[in-house]
Ligand binder design. Structure first.
Ligand SMILES: C[S@@+](CC[C@H](N)C(=O)[O-])C[C@H]1O[C@@H](n2cnc3c(N)ncnc32)[C@H](O)[C@@H]1O
Length: 472
């Protein structure tokens, strides 16, 4: 019943760069009870934060977590022993920030004109502008400055060049133009409320937008900033997520493991690839199990069967929205995920990509018609089964191998051109972004190589089977 009342939020996530035991600045003083003093990791500047939020909420939010400093900005730390299944925080909706916090007139003017992220960014801008007069000042003043953020929208053109190979390059350009568009839609509203928005620049808006993308939770009801919960850092392997309890009107987190006092507590923002983490959160993981590569395949213009192939594909080839990159709904966009085992039978590479290659390699209209008839006889999907002609099946998969090999070459070249990350001539920010670019490219390369190994194994198995069949 409780589960039915809860709706988990969708957010972004990632794994910690340092393991907890490696944190040298944690100094624990255990007492006989579970109470401890966790001195060095605590963030003195945030001492008053939780008491302020609890006063505002009129209720206790957490008795087991404190705000501390981590290798990745602030994070929440266990201040007492935490056991798996413990509820470690409860943040009531009345101390969360959403577009509902906007002045009704501004809200009315923005309604329907801009997206949820932009509306919440305007909330942040208004509160920032009010300074100490804002009832949210203790929260707003703890949000990171744009110079501390590494979301790719803040990268220079030179820095973006490092990740040109990845789809996050184009996603960054698209996001920047979306933010620009939202800003120009909102500007006339800003001009009507000079008290709140005088001299607000595009840069200010971009900063507020990035704050929202890197720390707001989205639900069907819109975007929310959840003070205190948004000090959690991300671990992509954690099972702890932020849950909403609609009955009790609060968001909560249940511990997915035991913690000793002083340990960092991490949650999962979502099952995000490094590309998503970099775009929306400004960080990457050294090894991200959720990495994936977006690729595109086109039917060459010089292919004499191009029109027929396109027609057949359009009629039968309908990749599920899960298979398609969210910014491109054309039939030739695919998401390649890591293939865990080149020999595994079940989880090979995406079926729709293989089907596309089978169609692409057809050499006659008869072959295409046969595929269409087969699709109609089955579940309507095209070329989901191996082609009856083994040579043609191998050819289709070798075509994919050659395409992926080319992409791997390009990735290797990009990765090599990054050079060593620890050069003394590179400033800290640039070195950090270079490291992120490297982790992004490495992860995507790993995915591509796993797909290529799987395809090579598939072709080798087909060749051997066919050979045995001819002999025997
Ligand atoms: C929701 S906030 C978490 C609190 C944040 N550390 C702070 O100082 O306010 C998300 C931001 O924390 C940082 N972050 C979270 N998890 C991280 C991780 N595993 N590695 C590196 N940075 C991380 C990133 O800067 C990200 O944009």
């Amino acid at each position: 019943m409780l589960l039915g009342a809860r709706v988990s939020n969708f957010w972004c996530v990632r794994r910690p760069l340092l393991s907890i035991s490696q944190r040298p600045w944690i100094n624990l003083h255990f007492s006989s009870s579970s109470e401890v003093k966790v001195s060095h990791c605590l963030d003195d500047e945030c001492d008053d934060f939780l008491p302020w939020l609890e006063r505002k909420a009129g209720t206790e939010i957490s008795s087991v977590l404190s705000i501390g400093k981590s290798a990745h900005g602030r994070n929440l730390f266990a201040s007492k022993i935490i056991q798996t299944g413990d509820c470690i925080l409860k943040v009531p909706y009345n101390v969360q920030l959403s577009p509902d916090n906007l002045h009704p007139e501004i809200k009315y003017l923005l309604n329907g004109e801009v997206g949820n992220d932009a509306k919440l960014a305007v909330v942040v801008l208004v509160e920032q502008r009010m300074g100490q007069d804002s009832e949210w000042a203790p929260y707003i003043s703890r949000l990171p400055h744009s110079t501390e953020m590494h979301n790719t929208i803040f990268w220079s053109e030179n820095e973006l060049e490092m990740i040109r190979q990845s789809s996050v390059y184009q996603d960054t350009i698209n996001l920047k133009s979306l933010i620009e568009k939202e800003f120009s839609t909102i500007r006339p509203v800003f001009e009507r409320f000079p008290k709140f928005f005088e001299r607000i620049t595009y840069k200010d808006f971009m900063h507020a937008y990035a704050l929202v993308s890197s720390r707001a939770w989205g639900s069907t009801k819109g975007d929310f900033l959840i003070p205190f919960a948004d000090f959690f850092n991300h671990d992509g392997t954690s099972k702890a997520i932020v849950l909403n309890d609609e009955d009790k009107q609060l968001s909560e987190v249940i511990a997915d493991r035991d913690y000793n006092p002083g340990e960092q507590v991490l949650i999962r923002y979502g099952k995000f690839s490094n590309a998503t983490l970099l775009l929306d959160f400004g960080f990457t993981l050294p090894y991200n199990i959720h990495d994936q590569v977006h690729s595109q395949l086109n039917i060459p213009h010089h292919d004499p069967l191009r029109e027929l192939k396109l027609e057949v594909l359009q009629r039968h080839h309908r990749p599920s929205s899960k298979d398609v990159h969210h910014l491109n709904s054309s039939v030739d966009s695919f998401t390649i995920k890591e293939v865990r085992s080149a020999w595994g039978k079940k989880k090979g590479i995406l079926q729709s990509l293989r089907a596309f290659a089978r169609v692409l390699c057809c050499r006659s209209s008869q072959e295409l018609r046969d595929l269409a008839i087969e699709a109609e006889r089955n579940d309507g999907r095209l070329a989901r089964r191996p082609l009856q002609n083994t040579n043609r099946e191998i050819e289709a998969h070798q075509f994919l191998i050659s395409q992926i090999s080319q992409v791997i070459k390009d990735y290797n070249a990009s990765s090599e051109s990054l050079g060593t990350v620890s050069s003394p001539f590179v400033c800290e920010r640039r070195a950090r972004r270079r490291q992120m670019a490297q982790e992004l490219l490495n992860g995507e390369l790993r995915v591509l190589k796993s797909a290529s190994a799987w395809l090579q194994n598939y072709c080798a198995t087909l060749t051997t089977t066919d050979h045995c069949r001819l002999l025997g």
